[in-house]
Design a protein. Structure first.
Length: 84
């Protein structure tokens, strides 16, 4: 089981700040989350659309969808941020 932390638009579309799920890879985890969350942002962007634009950190390190989650404890879902 891995803890998932959503930020900004991902949090808005998921309707929560944190979640838990189990999957072998980050890609499989994202499939689970897409099926679980059908909400959208105030601007009308669906959770799945938000995920397409996100960066993912697995235990603090940048990760791609083929990242193995066997020993992972945390996944951060980071949409693009504006500002400076």
């Amino acid at each position: 089981m891995v803890d998932i932390h959503y930020f900004a638009a991902a949090r808005a579309a998921a309707g929560r700040a944190q979640d838990t799920a189990q999957a072998a890879t980050l890609g499989e985890l994202l499939d689970v989350l897409r099926a679980r969350h059908t909400g959208s942002t105030e601007a009308g962007m669906s959770f799945a659309e938000v995920l397409e634009r996100c960066t993912f950190l697995v235990d603090g390190a940048s990760a791609t969808e083929d990242a193995v989650l066997a020993d992972a404890s945390r996944v951060d879902v980071l949409p693009p941020f504006a500002g400076g």
